[in-house]
Design a protein around this ligand. Structure first.
Ligand code: MN
Ligand code: MN
Length: 408
């Protein structure tokens, strides 16, 4: 973030990154920052399989990578499908080497095996949470042994040795560089139109990029808002918003401090006011009504494809526990803005009372005393490798987010 130079003025676009994993984007408004901001917040991490720190091994001439799943997944959904690898190796000298393999045409893919049905009589008796266990999510990545000089003494693990040779040639890394790598296995392939009428999109990571993307686009669409407009994209939501790049870190608050400093008006009081007077849409996906599983939703308070931007006044589980419960006055203000612009919206709960639940980043920002409500796009197959959304819902979300930052 820029800390020297010209003062900020309305219309200025400023951003701050956080370790390459989170970012805050601002379009400076006409009003004083201490009067509050209009914030669109979403998370950009998604459930996936992370490589362990010591992941590489060979078993019976097959090279494997051991993983540790990230976020809430039904493990049985991640086997026998093409996976891509994305991430970085960081070498001891600080050089960062990007890994992106499996998503370009012609790239190889990777994957996790599952038992053939013919030998699954024991496995098929297990309950769904045990049918594929976390330690069985190891990726198969190679099967050719390294060609050896005839007079060389025999090396063990020749298939692993061959993989290491390929990694050295491709990325310039050695086995120990896995110690300082962050590489994730995700479903390989592009997002695709879904349905004869092409009304839907199937893709990986709609939770929560289907909200992050229109949030960012909405911010780009405003030029000189009344209140400073913010798009806040954070990491680690799927594991509790923890760590330096999650919503619970001081990153956003510190960035607002820097901004007040640039504007020449920093004080503890102005910071507190800027946060407390802000309004936020915590933009995260909601569960779409599923005709295959009507029993988990209560029909009057469910989100449906094609009915627009979803508002969850509260989330949580077992009696709203862990929820941010937005107040009625704030919901009224938002209804008014959306109705005025003829933007389609719906309200919902994640599912039936006592059926389970979930949380978002909403409660964390609400701790500052700002107005926060959960809003987002309805998703089918949430947290599965391939999630589905409705195109019109995504479009109404974009319009709704823009209306919010212009008029709230
Ligand atoms: Mn989410
Ligand atoms: Mn999620």
């Amino acid at each position: 973030m820029r800390t020297k130079g010209a003062k900020v003025k309305p219309g200025d676009k400023i951003y701050a990154g956080n370790m390459g994993k989170a970012a805050a984007f601002f379009v400076i408004g006409k009003k004083d920052l201490a009067l509050g901001m209009n914030i669109l917040g979403a998370h950009i991490d998604s459930p996936r399989l992370d490589l362990k720190q010591v992941p590489l091994y060979e078993d019976t001439q097959m090279a494997m990578l051991d993983t540790h799943y990230y976020g809430g997944v039904k493990k049985y959904q991640w086997v026998t499908m093409p996976l891509a690898l994305h991430g970085v190796f960081v070498k001891k000298d600080g050089e960062t080497v990007r890994v992106d393999i499996g998503d370009r045409p012609g790239d190889p893919v990777f994957g996790i095996s599952d038992l053939l049905i013919h030998l699954s009589s024991d496995q098929m008796e297990k309950k769904a949470s045990k049918v594929i266990e976390g330690e069985k999510l190891d990726l198969l990545i190679g099967s050719i042994p390294l060609k050896q000089e005839t007079d060389a003494k025999e090396t063990k693990d020749t298939v692993k040795a061959n993989i290491l040779k390929i990694l050295e040639e491709t990325y310039g890394v050695e086995e120990d560089d896995f110690l300082s790598a962050e590489i994730e296995a995700v479903p390989a392939g592009e997002a695709r139109d879904f349905g004869f009428d092409r009304s839907m999109i199937m893709g990986y990571g709609h939770d929560d990029r289907v909200c992050a993307y229109p949030s960012f686009q909405a911010l780009l669409n405003v030029t000189e808002p009344e209140y400073t407009a913010v798009c806040l994209l954070v990491d680690k939501e799927e594991i509790g918003s923890v760590g330096a790049t999650g919503m619970q870190s001081r990153f956003f608050e510190d960035t607002v401090c820097e901004l007040l400093h640039l504007a020449g008006g920093y004080s503890e009081l102005s910071l507190r006011r800027a946060m407390r007077h802000s309004k936020m849409l915590s933009s995260d996906v909601s569960a779409a009504y599923d005709p295959n599983y009507p029993e988990v939703t209560e029909k009057r308070n469910a989100a449906y494809f094609g009915k627009g931007l979803v508002f969850n006044k509260y989330t949580g589980s077992r009696g709203k526990s862990g929820s941010n419960d937005a107040n009625a006055e704030y919901m009224a203000k938002i209804r008014n803005i959306l109705d005025h612009r003829k933007i389609a919206f719906q309200t919902s709960e994640l599912g039936k009372v006592d059926q389970g639940g979930g949380g978002t980043i909403a409660y964390i920002l609400a701790n500052y005393g700002m107005q926060v409500i959960d809003s987002g796009v309805a998703v089918l197959n949430m947290h599965a490798p391939w999630e589905i959304i409705s195109k019109v819902d995504l479009y109404e979300a974009l319009l709704g987010y823009q209306a919010f930052i212009e008029e709230a």
